[in-house]
Design a protein around this ligand. Structure first.
Ligand code: ADP
Ligand code: MG
Ligand code: MG
Length: 898
């Protein structure tokens, strides 16, 4: 019989931290904390494995055989350890029933506290503890949680009852409710429950327990958990499900010597090595996280209860040393005694992740490889988030301040519900979500907001945790924000309407009126150190490809078409430009007009005359880009798109205007436009096919490149330019275009008295090119894989049309990933391997890279490393991420090939 249930407590445990997959993160860590060597004060309990969850769904929401007897056995053990029985009327054992998957999904699934109470047990509990108020508070919480989570009675129906009692008395806080009022609330809850469900609130403790277990397993498939997994790229089926932990309750709601809190061993928003957290006295469970009352800072606990504070500090140190990572911990104090209820590696912002990784290496807690693996590449985007412009801030009007919960600057039109945020964002508006507090139902709206501002809740509130995970700027607990009605908030006496602009700075917690200018971040300090380590790892890396070739190093280049792109690429640490698209240069005036005139030319002579006018402009662009890169490789791609992209005249007015601009007859132009139109331009007259029919286009471009380089040479400036031919399908194209290019280069060399040589290479973006790569390699100094087109032509999916069906393919798991987002190893990846083998057999020094969109995707970068590419090239803003992902690919490869 399979073991489905694992016990912990009493100084020992059946499981441990290595069993995350089976026990979930929460269950595994509770076991680890409970047993030696940590031996922390953890209330006893047992965990039902994720296997049961998987089976529960396979069996159409039924439990596997043998579960119920195992649960009975461990419940009996729990009762004997605790010396109390579940459902006992004079001294009842109360338990919590908690969820927890292998990957933490904060607040996404359900937990039920104080289970085991009923009309009689509540009296026993009151008598036994001598604390009547506490007993009735526990009971009303239980009815509410169980009614809502397990029985589906709307949360608001309970809240309405409490609110009514509170407003009748004129009080604000739950803690001010008297015992009599709590009793009244329980009576009203039960009546409401009966009306809603048609039966009495369940009194049998065992029945309650199984109801709660079912609710937790059921919550694995609730819409917000599904949405959370989707937003976090956790594939359905990647996890077995949630585990369920049943454990003895400890009570933070027993009065002023009790309380509950959440703490972090380091600051999750900045990464600073300071112990921080929040707690509430006389409170239970979710009270801190729910943002109902604004909690106190952990530092205050040092003043009010030094013994507990010191004990927590010790636990913090021991847990960090044990897990070698920042810990997020839940604790409860019951009448002066501390209990640990959860620990996990804490979620953190990108900035904090980098700082902690660097600090922990310096502290000797982890090595550089571990540090590199600690940071998710996508998290680096947060560090490259725009910051408020310092000068603009000086002039801005600061209107309020709250807690700096998630860094970055956010500016947008204010909206007050998640639904509005979604709707406005869909219409292209930038929104700032302003809420009292957020709940798990708000995540979709939070995801589309520029920033989140809440009036209650602390740094551990739902809004803060989720915002940090999403990399969205967040200021929370900003009590100056008062909600007037659905359209209005009042901040320090001033009215702001829905749609007004506000700006928040999540790094400082400040709120500004209107729109404050933001500016891009730079790479410095810890980030620079960290990425430096990533560069080292890639530089000294070595691997053997599938074809048996030994390849050293793995560089990151950037795609950049303009001098500004080159500046950004250089700033973000690109080792070169892997793709400089020249067509973008033709879209700017005055080049566009001359280029259009060239396109409609009737003969070679006038084509050449028009191209000659563009040459000096192209030369200037090339000069700037090459100069900016200070001798690093700059790969310039000759013209790629079909000519019809440059002549767009869909309506009669457009045609008239264009004819006027170009000074030609409208009828003639109209005929030309018709000639140029193609049924499938993607597979039409484009790329090097243009140079086969009109060699003068590439000749002009090569001349501009050669002249720009000659100019730099004369100025004694560094340069390293490569010329790349797109859309190749046959070596004959490369041979012929290469010959023409070399003739032009010779001419410029002679004229300028220099001796320039350029590497000339080929894009590999169609299956035929990959399959005949051996022949192409005779004429090409390098290959650059254009994986967008390679994916289109390998799959036969048009990138402009596949949106119609890709969702169904992913949902039905016909494909695991969107092949345009993540390189498909079996299709285009296999062709790349063929090209690698054939190409390097002919030319052992053949340099290989990728310049498609995939170059900035971490999973694709891993595949590129595996295939044996010398570099990946991606957009400038993805370069830092690619530097990291590339190093992670090296570390993973080495781990797998030891
Ligand atoms: P989540 O995954 O949403 O954090 P948890 O299972 O951790 O849910 O529980 C929610 C809250 O209830 C937490 O604050 C936790 O500390 C508290 N809690 C859970 N079990 C117990 C218990 N046995 N005694 C006291 N508090 C508990
Ligand atoms: Mg928790
Ligand atoms: Mg292409």
């Amino acid at each position: 019989m399979m073991k489905y249930v694992y016990f912990f407590g009493n100084g020992d445990a059946d499981g441990d931290e290595s069993m995350r997959a089976e026990l979930g993160g929460k269950g595994a860590n509770l076991a680890q904390m409970a047993k030696a060597p940590l031996s922390l004060p953890v209330p006893a309990g047992f965990t039902i494995t994720t296997d049961v969850c998987q089976k529960y769904y396979e069996l159409d929401r039924k439990y596997p055989d043998g579960l119920s007897s195992q649960v009975d056995e461990y419940l009996a053990k729990l009762e004997s350890v605790m010396g109390k029985k579940l459902g006992d009327e004079s001294d009842p054992l109360l338990v919590s029933v908690r969820s927890g998957a292998a990957i933490s999904m904060p607040g996404m699934m359900d937990t039920i506290l104080n289970l085991g109470l009923n009309d009689k047990a509540v009296l026993g509990l009151a008598k036994k503890t001598g604390n009547e108020r506490f007993a009735w508070d526990a009971y009303r919480r239980f009815i509410q949680m169980y009614g809502d989570v397990a029985m589906g009675v709307e949360h608001a129906k309970f809240e309405d009852i409490i609110d009514e009692v509170k407003s009748h008395r004129g009080i604000k806080q739950d803690t001010e409710l008297t015992t009599e009022e709590l009793k009244e609330i329980v009576t009203k809850y039960k009546a409401m429950y009966k009306k809603e469900k048609g039966s009495d609130f369940p009194q049998d403790a065992k029945e309650q327990m199984w109801g709660a277990i079912g609710a937790v397993f059921g919550s694995w498939m609730n819409p917000r958990a599904i949405k959370y997994r989707k937003l976090n790229n956790i594939k359905e089926g990647a996890l077995k499900g949630t585990a369920v932990t049943v454990m003895a309750m400890v009570f933070g709601n027993k009065g002023e010597t009790s309380g509950t809190g959440v703490c972090f061993s380091r600051d999750p928003s900045t990464g600073d090595n300071v112990f921080m957290g929040e707690y509430l006295m006389n409170a239970q469970g979710e009270d801190v996280v729910a943002g109902i009352r604004t909690p106190q800072k952990l530092a205050q606990l040092e003043e009010t209860n030094k013994a507990i504070y010191d004990e927590l500090c010790q636990i913090r140190d021991r847990l960090e040393k044990h897990y070698h990572d920042m810990q997020d911990m839940e604790f409860t104090v019951e009448e002066g005694k501390l209990y640990m209820l959860q620990c996990r590696n804490g979620k953190r912002t990108g900035a904090a992740a980098v700082k902690m990784a660097v600090d922990m290496v310096k502290e000797g807690l982890i090595d550089k490889e571990t540090a590199i693996m600690r940071v998710e590449p996508e998290q680096l985007n947060q560090l490259l988030l725009p910051q408020l412009d310092k000068e603009a801030v000086k002039k801005a009007t600061e209107i309020a301040s709250g807690l700096n919960a998630s860094p970055g600057a956010g500016c947008g039109q204010i909206v007050f519900t998640a639904e509005e945020a979604e709707e406005w964002a869909k219409n292209g508006k930038k929104v700032l979500l302003v809420r009292k507090e957020t709940s798990p139902d708000d995540i979709a709206g939070m995801a589309v907001s520029q920033g989140i501002l809440t009036s209650t809740g602390g740094r551990t509130s739902h809004a803060a945790v989720v915002a940090r995970g999403m990399g969205t700027p967040c200021v929370c607990g900003c009590s100056d924000v008062a909600f007037k009605d659905a359209e209005t908030v009042i901040i320090k006496g001033k009215t702001y309407k829905k749609g007004d602009f506000l700006t928040i700075d999540g790094a400082t917690g400040l709120v500004y009126e209107g729109q404050v200018a933001v500016k891009p971040a730079t790479i410095s300090g810890d980030l620079e150190t960290f990425l430096g380590w990533a560069d080292e790892i890639r530089e000294k890396s070595e691997r053997v490809t599938e074809s048996g070739n030994r390849v050293k190093g793995f560089d990151i280049y950037a795609n950049g078409d303009t001098p500004q792109n080159a500046i950004d690429a250089f700033r973000f640490g690109a080792m070169g430009i892997g793709l400089c698209r020249t067509e973008h240069m033709f879209f700017d005036e005055p080049k566009l007009t001359d280029f259009q005139k060239m396109i409609i030319s009737e003969d070679t002579e006038s084509r050449k005359a028009n191209l000659a006018k563009i040459l000096p402009h192209q030369q200037k662009d090339f000069y700037e880009i090459i100069k900016t890169m200070e001798g690093r490789p700059v790969t310039i791609r000759l013209l790629d798109p079909p000519l019809n992209e440059f002549i767009q005249a869909e309506t009669d007015e457009q045609l008239t205007a264009l004819a006027k601009k170009l000074g030609v007859d409208k009828e003639k132009l109209s005929r030309k436009v018709m000639q140029l139109a193609e049924h499938n331009p993607m597979l039409g007259h484009r790329g090097c096919r243009l140079a086969i029919t009109y060699p003068e286009i590439y000749e002009m471009q090569v001349e501009a490149i050669a002249r720009a380089t000659a100019q730099l040479e004369k100025e004694s400036k560094k340069h390293n330019v490569l010329i790349m031919i797109p859309n190749v399908v046959s070596y004959n194209e490369v041979e012929q275009i290469r010959k023409q290019a070399e003739a032009v280069i010779d001419k410029v060399n002679k004229e300028k008295g220099v001796n320039l040589k350029f590497q000339i290479g080929s894009m590999i973006e169609f299956p035929r090119a990959a399959l005949s790569a051996g022949k192409i390699a005779k004429y090409a100094d390098f290959f650059s894989f254009g994986t967008n087109d390679l994916t289109q032509t390998t799959f036969g999916f048009s990138r402009d049309d596949y949106g119609k069906f890709i969702e169904s393919y992913l949902q039905q798991r016909i494909l695991e990933d969107d092949p345009f987002a993540t390189l498909d190893y079996e299709g285009p990846g296999a062709l790349m391997e063929i090209a690698e083998e054939k190409g390097r057999t002919v030319n052992a020094n053949l340099h290989l890279g990728i310049c498609g969109e995939h170059g900035g995707d971490p999973a694709s970068i891993h595949i590129c490393y595996q295939i044996g590419l010398n570099y990946v090239s991606c957009s400038p803003y993805r370069v830092p991420l690619a530097r990291l992902a590339g190093a992670q690919a090296v570390i993973e490869y080495e781990k797998n090939n030891k």
